[in-house]
Design a protein around this ligand. Structure first.
Ligand code: NAP
Length: 291
């Protein structure tokens, strides 16, 4: 086989995976740089996960993205976790196949957290010593809390199940080892939430509320008035690209963004980890329909 005929492979491991935007994003990047590679959808039920991960050791594999529900389970199937964010969250969204000295290793990274930090650095106020309030206590909230801890900010979490918010904060703060002030709130307690928003530098929606529903918001929109003037509102929901929360924040004169930049940057960093090349952001933005 000649060098030219080798097709490199990457893909998405999850269950389900059919509606992912990652194939369009990564193929646009491979095409823009003339890299002969495929990006495949690897729908993987839990019982097939270990075999799927083992298949990444085959020649011509670049690695994989990992999505729901396997981000935590893959952690223990890899050879090393070089990424501090992956160790802190216990979640891996990118696997890199590394071949060195005749041996193959699978390395785990979390590019969701670094993508969030990049978005915050580009669009938000300086976070160190300030508060990041996350709405929701699931997997995406885990990334936001990790980003807060790594930026030296106080991670607060408001969720409809306060016990889930408390558990998330306790787990990550123990792993991080710092002593950042943190608090878990009830998402339905508007008075406490309003008080919390007064000292919030970045507000993150990490619930799915607003997905496909242009009117739905995780908090009453009037509460946005409590945010400081320099606050930044980031909604992880990317469909629609600007939710009611984002539109209302902008109407109040705040900086705000929907979730597409996070999707873009997590994919861009994964691409660079696999290929060693700078990600062609313009082509990747176009693939996501970003203007
Ligand atoms: P998840 O693990 O299922 O967590 C969702 C969280 O939202 C849970 O705390 C859940 O509470 C809460 N929630 C759901 N419906 C709610 C409601 N009606 N009222 C109050 N709380 C509600 O999901 P995830 O993986 O964290 O994803 C959350 C969202 O972020 C999704 O829309 C996903 O597409 C988006 N996301 C975007 C990016 C990006 O790159 N932009 C990356 C990751 C995720 P319970 O536990 O009580 O159900």
């Amino acid at each position: 086989m000649t060098e030219q005929s080798i097709i490199l492979r990457a893909g998405l491991i999850g269950h389900p995976v059919a509606h992912s935007r990652s194939p369009a994003l990564q193929l646009a990047a491979f095409d823009a740089l003339g890299i002969a590679a495929r990006y495949e959808l690897w729908d993987t039920p839990l019982e097939a996960l270990a075999a799927r991960i083992a298949s990444l050791r085959e020649p011509n594999m670049l690695g994989a993205n990992v999505t729901i529900p396997h981000k935590t389970a893959v952690h223990d199937l890899l050879d090393a976790i070089p990424s501090e964010a992956a160790r802190l969250t216990g979640a891996v969204n990118t696997i890199v196949r590394e071949e060195r000295g005749g041996g193959v290793r699978l390395l785990g990274y979390n590019t969701d957290v670094s993508a969030l930090r990049r978005v915050f650095a580009e669009q938000g106020p300086a976070l160190a010593g300030r508060r990041l309030l996350t709405l929701g206590a699931g997997g995406a909230a885990r990334s936001a809390v990790a980003a807060a801890l790594l930026e030296g900010a106080a991670p607060w979490v408001a969720a409809r199940r306060v016990d889930a918010a408390e558990a998330l904060l306790a787990e990550l703060r123990v792993r991080h080892g710092g002593n950042h002030p943190a608090r878990a709130l009830d998402l339905a307690d508007e008075r406490t939430l309003t008080e919390a928003l007064r000292q919030t530098a970045i507000l993150v929606n990490a619930t799915p509320i607003g997905t496909l529903d242009p009117a739905a918001s995780p908090i009453p929109l009037a509460l946005l008035d409590a945010l400081p003037d320099d606050a930044y509102v980031f909604d992880m929901v990317y469909n629609p690209p600007a939710t009611a929360l984002v539109r209302a924040a902008r109407e109040r004169g705040l900086r705000a963004s929907g979730g597409l930049p996070m999707l873009l940057y997590q994919g861009a960093e994964a691409f660079t980890l696999w290929t060693g090349r700078t990600a062609p952001l313009a082509a990747m933005r176009a693939a996501l329909g970003m203007v």
